[in-house]
Design a protein around this ligand. Structure first.
Ligand SMILES: Nc1ncnc2c1ncn2[C@@H]1O[C@H](COP(=O)(O)OP(=O)(O)OP(=O)(O)O)[C@@H](O)[C@H]1O
Ligand SMILES: [Mg+2]
Length: 256
């Protein structure tokens, strides 16, 4: 049975979709057959970020409306072997998305994939709650700023209440110059405040913005954010990859 991992944040714009899309590709490179489920309904994210929007013929709306089977709403791309995307619906009557139909979809995906990553919408609304209700594990993406960490705390509590026992923080957008100057929270500060372990730290990287605008992944390019995401995927697969010892004094370790 596949593992279902929900990627959420509370606060918007912290990099959930970037992490989900790139982790998906990194996990397929570890020979894990991976499905990416875009639950940010009304917006189209993952397929656009991977330059796959022209390949999307059918989407989750067609599944929830009952016109298509789950296999028929999978989008693949020869550039990303082993990866399937279930694209979000642009317009969908939320009342059609029942717990039952979502649970049936997740059951089928678990039977057919090693890993299912759910890109949750920002906030703690109905689609977020639906996603945490079916997930085995949770990754909360946070940036090293107080509002993001506060929202991450709320999301971690809701995941705990939903029965998700394996929960991790993914710290995204760390700026080591700010870290060195004591302006930003350290990864250690954040794990202490949240009482939750890190799955990894991704530095702020202009390449992530360039890649996103081009509809291309950062993994496999050798850039610092891509390498950090590859290390996270390795940890998710049980590999013992040490966490960078980032603190104010040694804030430059990402350069190694
Ligand atoms: N490590 C990073 N360094 C620099 N820019 C980043 C990094 N991670 C993400 N970004 C940029 O931040 C922006 C928001 O990212 P993304 O869309 O993944 O966030 P999100 O949490 O999914 O947003 P939303 O809550 O709206 O769904 C994008 O332009 C992306 O390229
Ligand atoms: Mg998003």
């Amino acid at each position: 049975m596949g593992r279902v991992i929900v990627i959420a944040s509370g606060k918007g714009g912290v990099g959930k979709t970037t992490m989900t899309a790139n982790l998906g590709i990194a996990l397929t490179k570890q020979n894990k057959k991976t499905a990416l489920l875009d639950m940010d309904m009304g917006l189209r994210n993952i397929d656009v970020m991977l330059g796959m929007e022209n390949r999307v013929l059918d989407h989750l709306g067609d599944y929830f409306e009952g016109s298509l089977d789950w296999q028929e709403v999978l989008t693949t791309d020869e550039r990303y072997p082993g990866l399937s995307v279930l694209a979000a619906a642009q317009n969908l009557d939320p009342s059609l998305v029942t717990e039952d139909s979502f649970a049936r979809l997740i059951h089928e995906l678990k039977e057919n994939f090693d890993l299912i990553l759910i890109d949750a919408p920002a906030g703690i609304g109905p689609f977020f709650r639906l996603a945490i209700g079916q997930a085995d594990e949770g990754i909360v993406v946070a940036q090293p700023v107080v509002p993001s960490v506060r929202d991450a705390d709320k999301v971690l509590h809701l995941m705990e209440e939903a029965g998700i026992r394996r929960r991790f923080i993914l710290l995204n957008g760390l700026r080591y110059t700010l870290l060195r100057h004591g302006i930003t929270m350290t990864p250690q500060d954040i794990t202490e405040v949240l009482g939750t372990d890190l799955v990894g730290v991704v530095p702020e990287d202009v390449q992530a913005i360039i890649a996103c605008n081009k509809g291309e992944p950062v993994v496999g390019t050798g850039c610092k954010s891509g390498r950090a995401i590859e290390r996270i995927a390795g940890r998710m697969c049980g590999m013992a990859i040490p966490m960078p010892a980032l603190n104010r004094r040694r804030g430059g370790l990402f350069h190694r």
